[in-house]
Each structure stands twice: as structure tokens, then as C-alpha cells.
Ligand binder design. Structure first.
Ligand code: INI
Length: 174
């Protein structure tokens, strides 16, 4: 039998940073709306959410890195939209923003989640920003909440008694 740990989705008391790019703002604004909807539905106080805006997705890792240095947040949610065809450097912007966020996420003490849409067309991006295929901002916020719960347990703030706790739902799996 093994102990299984999953972060809870409880948002009460969490302080959340959102780093979002203005490029393709008609998409990224919807991602922010989705993220706020998720956070508020799960108990995060609106006053405990800070939104940092960047010109484009390229700048997101640099700003997220400084948000982490500033400290005080339980999770950082990165939101952006990179659409193929807008410029020839789609690949660079998409790849470098993803790599930068992944590098931060691997090292940071709090979760840094990736909510950047990379789409082949505007239509595809719209679909993923609340039209046909859900809202990637909402999804990223869900991941942030779950990961924040898991990190809290792993940092020793949670209880490891095998019972459900605020920070950790642990169950015996046979
Ligand atoms: N930034 C985006 O967020 N999405 C894009 O689709 C995009 N394209 O295609 O060019 C984009 N470029 C701007 C980039 O993120 C930087 O802001 C710019 O290069 C200045 O550093």
C-alpha cells in the first residue's frame, strides 16, 4: 500500500500573482477572466490577487522571476497568447516563454504555472480562451491551486497523518 498525496483546491488565504501579456489582448483578457473566475470560486479573496502586465509573452518569464524575488505569493500564474502568423518569430516567442517558465517552475518555492496558448490561428486561440474548448486561464488557475496545496504539504505545513487535511488529501492506495 502506498500513501497518495493530492493538493486540495482550497483557495482561502492564498495570495496569487498573475503575469499576463498584452500582445493578443483580446485573447489574454479572456484568460485573465477565466483565471479570476476559478480563483474566486475556490475561495481566493480578490484583494489577494495581483495582476502584472507585460508587453508580450517573451517578457513573462523575466517578470515572473521578479515577482518570485519580491515574494509573498503562494503561486504565480503565467498567461499569454502566441499565435502563429502574427510574426515570423512565433517559434522563438513560444519556445522561449515556455522554457523560461519551465525553468522558474522547477526551482521556485511556490508553483509557477503555464497558461500560455500557442495556436496556429486566431480561431484556435479563441476556442481555448473560453469559446469551444474551455478556458486555459481557468485551467491554469486550477493547476495553481492544486499545486499550492501540494507544495504546502511538502514544505511541512500540511499534516501527514493519512487523514484529509486542508493542505493535503492523503489516502491509502492498495
Ligand atoms: N508576443 C506574444 O505574446 N504573442 C505573439 O504571438 C507574439 N508574436 O507573434 O510576435 C509576441 N511577440 C512579442 C514578444 O512577446 C515581445 O513582446 C517582443 O518581441 C519584444 O521583446
Amino acid at each position: 500500500m502506498a500513501w497518495m498525496h493530492e493538493g486540495s483546491l482550497e483557495g482561502e488565504g492564498l495570495r496569487i500573482a498573475i503575469v499576463v501579456s498584452r500582445f493578443n489582448g483580446f485573447i489574454t483578457e479572456r484568460l485573465v477572466e477565466g483565471a479570476l473566475d476559478c480563483l474566486e470560486r475556490h475561495g481566493v479573496n480578490t484583494d489577494d490577487i495581483d495582476i502584472f502586465k507585460t508587453p508580450g509573452a517573451w517578457e513573462i518569464p523575466a517578470v515572473a522571476s521578479r515577482v518570485l524575488l519580491a515574494g509573498g505569493f503562494d503561486a504565480v500564474i503565467c498567461l499569454g497568447a502566441v499565435i502563429r502568423g502574427d510574426t515570423p518569430h512565433f517559434e522563438y516567442v513560444a519556445a522561449e516563454s515556455a522554457k523560461g517558465i519551465a525553468a522558474l517552475a522547477a526551482e521556485a518555492d511556490v508553483p509557477v504555472v503555464y497558461g500560455i496558448i500557442t495556436a496556429d490561428s486566431v480561431e484556435q486561440a479563441v476556442d481555448r480562451a473560453g469559446a469551444k474548448s474551455g478556458n486555459r486561464g481557468f485551467d491554469a488557475a486550477m493547476s495553481a491551486l492544486e499545486m499550492a496545496g501540494l507544495y504546502r504539504f511538502l514544505s511541512g505545513d500540511g499534516e501527514d497523518d493519512g487523514q484529509d487535511s486542508e493542505a493535503d488529501a492523503a489516502t491509502r492506495e492498495s
